[in-house]
Design a protein around this ligand. Structure first.
Ligand SMILES: [Ca+2]
Ligand SMILES: [Ca+2]
Ligand SMILES: [Ca+2]
Ligand SMILES: [Ca+2]
Length: 322
């Protein structure tokens, strides 16, 4: 319900004028023809239709009033909406993306940045390029965007270090990287993703190792040891592999693998693991995907593996599984 916004003294009578119920007449409202001043009746600025960028009843059409809602000399700019540099019919002053044509002004997360120019369309803190579902607000358990320090890394054996905004493994040691929040895997179905690139693999790799990078799910045990699952990119065979680590991190068994030469020989690799129900799915985003049944990931954490490989990752995220 609109409030009574305007008190107009016209013809000696006191009128209560409901804002927007009458189309304001500039010649009436600006009796002195010189813009808004004490002699004017307060103009109806909320109902003149200017927000739609089109000229309609109530718009200020005074020849050249300069956009001040008053009638004066000069070229009118506000009635036509003012400048519109992306030519989408929404004047710049009202356009939620003034440099990107978006006549529908869609703004999914309501942050006043239109979707076409919003780096995080759904407002879930994951940038569009990283977000598994850029237009659906995901529950984000963890996101390291590379700007963080290494303080949240539990184990950085080998020579993990920051290189700009990336975290890089600088030698060929068998180690893993970033630790997530405690007990992150107890949240239920989840998705873990990272993006890697490889600079080189160990030329003298032992026969029982493949140079590999990937994601590890660590299941913490009461005695301080851990078991877990890993999703690896086996660089020798250019394939994805899912394995299970057992016996306090001393044995590894392959659970499933994609075909040899089914992934590119050079990165960057955007890798994703989804645990949903009893299925564990490992994929190169937009490419090869393999899935195995698992018996539960339990309570633990996750991290990045680099094994006989020098390389870097750009980010690490954990969200609820879609
Ligand atoms: Ca626009
Ligand atoms: Ca927005
Ligand atoms: Ca997002
Ligand atoms: Ca999202």
């Amino acid at each position: 319900m609109r409030s009574v916004a305007t008190i107009a003294l016209l013809g000696g009578l006191l009128f209560a004028v409901p804002a927007c119920l009458i189309a304001p007449d500039e010649s009436l409202l600006h009796r002195d023809g010189a813009g808004i001043d004490s002699a004017d009746v307060t103009p109806c600025t909320t109902c003149d239709g200017r927000a739609d960028g089109a000229l309609d009843a109530g718009d200020d059409t005074g020849a050249g009033d300069g956009g001040d809602t008053g009638v004066d000399a000069g070229a009118d700019t506000d009635a036509a909406g003012g400048p519109d540099r992306d030519k989408d019919s929404i004047p710049d002053s009202l356009d939620n993306c003034p440099d990107d044509p978006n006549p529908n002004q869609s703004d999914i997360d309501g942050d006043k940045l239109g979707d076409v120019c919003d780096p995080d369309i759904d407002g879930d803190t994951l940038p569009n390029g990283v977000d598994p579902r850029p237009t659906i607000k995901d529950t984000v358990y963890y996101y390291n965007n590379g700007a963080d320090t290494l303080d949240d890394c539990e184990r950085l054996g080998g020579s993990w270090s920051k290189m700009g905004t990336r975290v890089c493994q600088g030698d060929y040691s068998d180690t893993w990287g970033l630790k997530l929040l405690p007990n992150i895997l107890s949240v239920g179905d989840y998705l873990v993703e990272s993006a890697f690139s490889v600079s080189s693999k160990d030329p003298n790799v032992p026969q029982d190792y493949w140079p590999s990078i990937g994601l590890l799910f660590r299941i913490d045990k009461a005695n301080g040891d851990w078991d877990g699952y890993d999703c690896l990119l086996d660089l020798d065979h250019k394939r994805l592999v899912i394995g299970v680590v057992t016996n306090n991190n001393s044995d590894w068994t392959e659970l499933g693998a994609g075909a040899n030469n089914s992934v590119p020989s050079s990165g960057p690799y955007r890798m994703r693991v989804t645990a949903k129900g009893n299925q564990l799915t490992c994929e190169i985003v937009g490419g090869t995907k393999i899935s195995v049944a698992h018996s539960g990931v339990g309570s633990g954490t996750a991290g990045v593996v680099a094994d006989r490989v020098k390389g870097c990752y750009d980010y690490l995220l954990v969200t609820a599984a879609p």
